[in-house]
Ligand binder design. Sequence first.
Ligand code: GRF
Length: 212
Amino acid sequence: MSDLAGRSTRLAVLVSGTGTNLTALLSAIGSDPDFGAEVVVVGSDRPEAGGLARAEEAGISTVVTALADHPDRVTWEAELTRRLAEHRPDAVVLAGFMRLLSGAFLGHWPDRVINTHPSLLPAFRGAHAVREALEYGVKLTGSTVHLVDEEVDHGPVIAQRAVEIRDDDTEERLHARIKEVEHELLPTCVKLLSQGRLVVDGRHVRIREASK
Ligand code: GRF
């Protein structure tokens, strides 16, 4: 049960890519009666995003708002916000969503927009985190789930897990191992958010004990 409003937390999920994190989230929700959340809408900026097909297969409403169909980012974001809001989400999960969101969007869901990023932040922010970690030669990278603010991959960290880089790694192989970790860490963090257990104090996020 959620303590957001004493009911199941309504989630919007935004995707730009294949949607494996969306699938992991849906299966975590489906297999855990205590999860406290449901995905009420999946949105994308890309009509061809695989995540949309995954949502449709699961019988979830989808929304596509492409930047190219709007005169500017402000209009695009306002339209995305409006179409998501029609589904009355309590929180928004960015599961491989590759666009920056402004304060106008984030203000609708304060401390309730969550992102998964494939590096140990603050290292390797941005769209090429896996490639850049390989190129830099670090031995450890990983997965970070964080609250979203107006800067790229910057908001308060909820949880992180490390993934070792191997000498023979390619970007594809390394990203696949990071995704395995994301597929557990993102649902874990969304569950905590859904249950109202994240306590945000500036850049610090504490996890409150579960109520008995
Ligand atoms: C994930 O690695 C996420 O961290 C990054 O994009 C990838 C999305 O993967 N931002 P998928 O679409 O969930 O398979």
